[in-house]
Design a protein around this ligand. Structure first.
Ligand SMILES: NCCC[C@H](NC(=O)CCC(=O)O)C(=O)O
Ligand SMILES: NC(=O)OP(=O)(O)O
Length: 316
């Protein structure tokens, strides 16, 4: 594998899963693989888990790691082509990206949807420039439309906690005060559709995800019906895709609480974090015995390490 921007970059999902579990058992098994290789993590947006787990994953493989918060200390970047740069942005992304590529062997990029223009976001204009012009392998650390390192960790977590071969996994929209990207739900749906789990997506009308991610899957608009006999509840807010970037509802009857969890099959509760308590999920549920959000976050280490290992194998 050269770049990792979606589940489709993996040559074999089962092998990737196996590798991640192997690394979880023996995190230092390949500690010489990354010797004299540099991982450079570029953040256009905030992060706790991705920042720390991807750094640690690189370190476990013996890599040198540089973290660059580009908005704090870097030059403000122009991303449009053909503009006269007489404003407040001194550097163009077309130079910045190949220059960054000269200082490292693998680049990680976090760049959220900007919600200014649906086409720009869904064409992945920012991360695609890194793929096209950096000259080195690129790993998505959450781009405009996908967060594959998260989905990989989510898959590992479901595999660890499932009690039946084909668990029912429910992705539920939940309310939030701000407009959030569709990257996590898109990526989760795309990834889980590659497994044989039963997947149900529930949200209020107007929150339909892009058809390229949903495929044949139809949403269930009745949240209680969706939760019936579920084995895993994966909560997430996202802003509308159709009315792009709009908040259409803040209905707190969608907040995941004991009322909905009661109709599940003693379901585990998952969320990618950071989570707004008592908006997305009540304290009782997230603090309860079925919440696996910390174990899920821990698995971010092993999804990142597996991805870096697969890329290092290719470039060594
Ligand atoms: N990578 C995990 C989620 C990142 C981002 N959440 C956020 O921006 C939360 C911000 C807030 O709660 O105000 C998202 O939903 O894609
Ligand atoms: N889940 C996740 O990606 O968290 P951060 O935004 O803190 O990296």
């Amino acid at each position: 594998m050269r770049h990792f921007t979606s589940v489709h970059d993996l040559e074999n999902l089962d092998e990737a899963l196996k590798l991640a579990f192997e690394l979880k058992k023996s995190p230092y098994k390949y500690q010489d693989l990354g010797k004299n290789k540099t991982l450079l993590l570029v953040f256009f947006n905030s992060s706790l888990r991705t920042r720390l787990s991807t750094q640690k994953a690189g370190l476990n493989l013996g890599m040198n790691v540089i973290v660059f918060d580009i908005n704090e200390g870097g030059w403000k970047l122009e991303t449009e082509l053909g503009v006269i740069m007489d404003g407040d942005k001194p550097e163009h992304i077309r130079e910045a990206v190949p220059v960054i590529g000269r200082y490292c062997d693998i680049i990680g990029v976090r760049s959220f949807a900007k919600f200014e223009n649906k086409e720009d976001d869904y064409e992945e204009k920012i991360i695609q420039q890194f793929v096209d012009y950096s000259g080195v392998p690129v790993v998505s650390m959450e781009a405009a439309t996908r967060h594959p390192l998260q989905s990989f960790a989510d898959h590992l977590t479901i595999e660890e906690f499932k009690t039946k071969e084909r668990p029912k996994v429910v992705l539920s929209w939940a309310p939030h005060p701000r407009a959030l990207p569709q990257a996590v739900p898109n990526s989760f749906v795309e990834w889980i559709r590659q497994t044989d789990y039963e997947l149900v997506v529930t949200h209020p009308e107007g929150y339909e995800l892009a058809p390229e991610f949903m495929g044949d899957l139809k949403p269930e608009y009745d949240q209680m019906k969706a939760f019936q006999d579920a084995d895993f509840i994966y909560a997430k807010n996202w802003a509308a895709y159709g009315e792009y970037g709009q908040i259409l509802s803040k209905d707190r009857s969608w907040t995941v609480s004991e009322r909905q969890m009661a109709v599940t099959n003693n379901a585990k509760f998952m969320h990618c974090l950071p989570v707004r308590r008592n908006m997305i999920v009540t304290d009782e549920v997230i603090d309860g015995p079925n919440s696996i959000v910390i174990q899920e976050a821990e698995n971010r280490l092993f999804s990142a390490q597996a991805v870096l290992k697969m890329i290092l194998d290719e470039i060594k």
